[in-house]
Design a protein around this ligand. Structure first.
Ligand code: GDP
Ligand code: IMO
Ligand code: MG
Length: 430
């Protein structure tokens, strides 16, 4: 049985949650492997909207086990309230249904405080983080001074270690003009979190390995997107984890030979939240149109998303970086009503044509996108379930994307609802 990875090919918010929910119909496990509650994945089921930050987007399928892998950074308070809110909404969440890696690192109150204080101090040089403590938590993981979720269930170890760690954190917080944090308060809170989460904690690697041996279908749910990747994104305007498909293995403990397919999610235009380069950004009424029609406001922070034309140079590089085997094109319906639609096919620096994605901010400041222009269409696409019923201009747009990228489009999404999907291939799990 194949394991499939779903990743975003742009700067996040491509519609990963919706597509993962769709693919979960045939999955036994849905696994988050990186990021934390900086993610906001939206599902619309029977006209009801749910936004998930930490719990995998497979949670609404009763037969599926949802897994939070070791590569995720978990804010226990956020996770617990997400569990409780879903339970209150009638979703069954038990330790059988939700499994969390005991090795996943915990976001501590000082991580959040440091994230916010650093951004405030950086002023106009800020990254525009979600302020959820993601970066500082990954820093501590790599610096070998983090707390793993299992550590919240070991009071003696936790209390001793927190003492020295908090001393240093409070020193930094004060340097950044932020309030120091109280040791006793953190101890009490986090040991309570440990008690709550204990029944859900497990060795995720063994769980997935056992599943694999029993021919179970495993679906990995990427968070963020290719260009927020710590190595290949628009550094330093990135998140602090590897968002690429390759990290599904390290972030879950399942080896690379099990992955048979990588599905790249491509929004029919481009968006970005926070600071950083964005070659095809539209700071005009078309950008505004996309934002309002597409509801482009952050699912996590509510910030307006920057909007622009689809950039095929980015997506083409994302295909290589992730080993993408097929694409899901989302939000095609949002383009209805535009008289002209543009696609960026290469970049230009002066007279030089550039077909690759730049590495430095300096190069980003010099490039100009080169566009191909297409006629738009007026028809509303919501509810169309047959490719042939799409307006001919939309078909032309899709055909151009596919032939430029050289990878087939397997799903076209034409609305936020679970049912708004055109399925061009349905044998993802054979
Ligand atoms: P994710 O982070 O990649 O899961 O994406 P988000 O949930 O942050 O943002 C995608 C937004 O677009 C959400 O509000 C979805 O409900 C919505 N959405 C997803 N697919 C479509 C689509 O095909 N058409 C429209 N109009 N909205 C969509
Ligand atoms: P999903 O999974 C869009 C962005 C932030 C900021 C940068 C660093 O919903 O697609 P961080 O808090 O991670 O240190 O912020 O990354 N960012 C996202 N943008 N979608 C996301 O997740 C994001 N997660 C982080 O806006 O620019
Ligand atoms: Mg999102």
């Amino acid at each position: 049985m194949p394991a499939i990875v779903v990743v975003g090919t742009q700067w996040g918010d491509e519609g990963k949650g919706k597509i993962v929910d769709f693919l979960t119909a045939k999955a036994h496990f849905v696994v988050r492997f990186q990021g934390g509650n900086n993610a906001g994945h939206t599902l619309v089921i029977n006209q009801k909207k749910y936004i998930l930050h930490l719990i995998p987007s497979g949670i609404f399928h009763p037969q599926t086990v949802c897994v939070i892998g070791n590569g995720v950074v978990v804010d226990p308070a956020v996770l617990i309230s997400e569990i409780e809110n879903l339970k209150n909404a009638g979703v069954e969440i038990t330790p059988k249904k939700l499994k969390i890696s005991e090795r996943a690192h915990a976001i501590m109150p000082y991580h959040k405080a440091l994230d916010l204080a650093r951004e405030a101090k950086a002023k106009k040089n800020k990254i525009g983080t979600t302020g959820r403590g993601i970066g500082p938590c990954y820093e501590d993981k790599v610096a070998r001074r983090g707390f793993r979720l299992i550590d919240l269930t070991r009071p003696k170890y936790f209390k001793e270690r927190l003492k020295t760690i908090l001393e240093e954190k409070n020193f930094f917080l004060q340097y950044l003009s932020a309030e120091p944090l109280d040791y006793k308060e953190i101890c009490e809170k986090y040991l309570e979190f440990g008690k709550y989460l204990k029944p859900y904690l497990t060795d995720v690697s063994s769980l997935l390995w056992e599943g694999f041996k029993k021919n179970k279908n495993i679906l990995f749910e990427g968070a963020q997107g290719t260009y927020l990747d710590i190595d290949y994104g628009t550094y330093p305007y990135v998140t602090s984890s590897n968002t690429l498909a390759g990290n599904a293995c390290c972030g879950s403990g399942l080896g690379p030979t099990f992955i048979k397919e990588v599905i790249g999610i491509v929004k029919a235009y481009t968006t970005r939240v926070g600071e950083g380069p964005f070659p095809t950004e539209l700071k005009d009424e078309i950008g505004e149109y996309l934002r309002e029609k597409g509801g482009e406001y952050g699912s996590t922070t509510g910030r307006p998303r920057r909007c622009g034309w689809l950039d095929l140079v980015m997506v083409k590089f994302a295909i290589k970086l992730n080993g993408i085997t097929s694409l899901a094109l989302t939000k095609l319906d949002v383009l209805s009503g535009l008289s002209k639609i543009k696609l960026c096919v290469v970049y230009r620096i002066g007279k030089k044509i550039l077909e690759t994605f730049p590495t430095t901010l300096e190069d980003f400041s010099k490039i100009e996108p080169v566009y191909e222009e297409f006629p738009g269409w007026e028809e509303n696409l919501e509810g169309i379930e047959d490719l042939n019923k799409l307006p001919k201009e939309a078909k032309e747009y899709i055909k151009t994307i596919e032939s430029y990228l050289g990878v087939p489009i397997s799903i076209i999404s034409t609305g936020p609802g679970r049912e708004n999907c055109l399925i061009l291939r349905d044998n993802f799990f054979h």
